[in-house]
Each structure stands twice: as structure tokens, then as C-alpha cells.
Design a protein. Sequence first.
Length: 347
Amino acid sequence: METVLRPVTVIGGSLVVTLIAGWLLDLLLRRADTRHTETPLWGLLRRCGVPFQVVLCTSLLSGSYRETRILPDHYSAIGRFLTLVLIASAAWLAVRIATAAVDSTYARYAAVTEDEARVRRVRTQVTLIHRVVTAVVVVVAASAILLTFPAMRTVGASMLASAGILGIVAGIAAQASLGNLFAGLQIAFGDTVRIGDTVVVDQEWGRVEEITLTFLTVRTWDERRITMPVSYFTSKPYENWSRGGAQMTGTVFWHLDHSAPIDLMRQRLQEILEDIPEWDGRGGGLAVTDTTPHTVQVRASVTAKDADDLWTVRCAVRERLITWLVTHHPYALPRITTAEATPRPTP
């Protein structure tokens, strides 16, 4: 009977303690989340319940599994297995805690900051910090797992003797990757480009959708994704339409006849702009910018709060004003006047 009750007591007791501790932790976090509504940290930390329970249960079993007297000839193997599970679950818990802290920091900053550019900057920084922390935790956990095996410790000691040469070789081989890594950190803290910025790269414009330590993804207006190494944005020129603010000014051009009613067009332009919700009201004007023997070039300047709205405003102005000219002033449309040539005089 003792051979049955002992393992049941040890294993069952560990599971019961784990479940009770997990329930109490979740209860405390829910109450803290209810009391402190100004921060989402406590609610986000509830995601750590499962890894916390795994860490606690593994720790309890590591300290008491010998009392079960199950497989006494394999205590070493069981202990090593529990150690591996403990290391992996501890890394899992650390990543979850870091994720909760990062998400909470960004959410609180975004809630109290009205400057969209600064919010995107913080989002870019905390995202890359989270990726760096995750990578460090994974590398440390993998190293700790390998060091639990005596053979790997021997190999590691022998490898330290040639670490200098290996470091030089690895540095040369991974020069491009390391360059992208440092470029990613430079972008994160140099504030040159941020998640959500509107950029033009290789004559393609779109919004920055994702920034990692090695690559950057731009989502174009037609739903395509352009993936580029982050080193591109530290070594080559590109257009960032969101730098210093997302507000933009755009132009619309028409080629019309010399008799076009310019003053009436100015009045009609203002009426059209006031009827377009995407127009931000900062500016709107019309002027003749060039002339040719057959036409005049008329330019309208319009403004909007960002690139997407500016595109909508430009298209609407172009369409509505040309429709108005066709309906009310068709003589203003460009045309080529032809006439019979004057006959050459005879001597």
C-alpha cells in the first residue's frame, strides 16, 4: 500500500499545490486589474498563469521526486529531465512577463500621448526591445540546457580555447547579418523610420508594417508587401512622408485652352474642397504655372492630414473639376485649331 500511496501523495500533492497557487495568482491579478484600471499590466500578467504553474510544479517535483521511490535506478535521468523542463518553463515565463511589460508600457504611453509620430516611435522601440529580450532569454535557456550535460561542458571548455579564431571567422561570415542587426538597433533608437510611417522606396510607396532586427516590411497601397534589409534605410536615401508630421501638400494639374475661366475655376475649387471630408482645410489654391502655343498648365494645390487622404483629395478634385468644365465650360478644354493654309502667292 505504501508503494502506491507515496507516489500518489507526492505527485498529487504537487499538482494540488500548483493548481491552488495558480488559482490564487489569477485571483490576485484580477483584483489588481480591477483596482488599477490606469494600467493594463495586471490583466496582461494573467497570461503568465500556465508557465508559472509549470515552473512551480516542476520545482516541487524536482525537490520531492526521490520520495516517490519510483524507478530508483533512474533518479539521475529523471532529475535531468525535470531540470530541462524547469529551464524551458522558466524561459517561457520570462518571455511572457517581458511581453506583458512591453505591451503595458506601449498601451499606457499611447493612451496619454496625442502625438501619433511619438506613439509610433515608442511602438517601434518597444517592439525591437521585446525581440532582443526574447532572443537573449532563448539563447541563455538553450545554453543552460546544453550545460546540464557533462559532455557538453567538456566540449564547451575546449571550444573556449579557440573562441578568438572562431569569433573572427564568424564575424567575417556574418558581416551582412551583423550589419543588419546594428542597423535595426539604429533605426529603433535613431527615430529615422517607425512602424506606421509612409515611405517611398524603389519608387514604391506604402506604410511600414513591421520592423525586426534584420528586415523591414512595407505594405504598399495595393496590398503587396516589400521586405527589405534594415541596412537599406541606413545606407541609401528614401522618402519618409511621415517624418516631422504626417500632413502633406499635393498638386493636381490640367492642360486647358487659353480661354479657360481661371477665376471661376478658383471659386469652384474652394466649393469642391469644402465638400471633401478628407481635406484638412490648411490650404487650397489654383494658379497658371505654364503656357504653350496650344494650352495653359493649371495647377491646384491641396492639403490633407496624411498620404492616404491626400490621394483621395487629389483624385476627387481632378474628377469633379474636369466634370464641371465639361458641363459648364466645354470651350476651356484643350483643342487643336486647324485652318486651310494660305496659298502661296504666284509671281
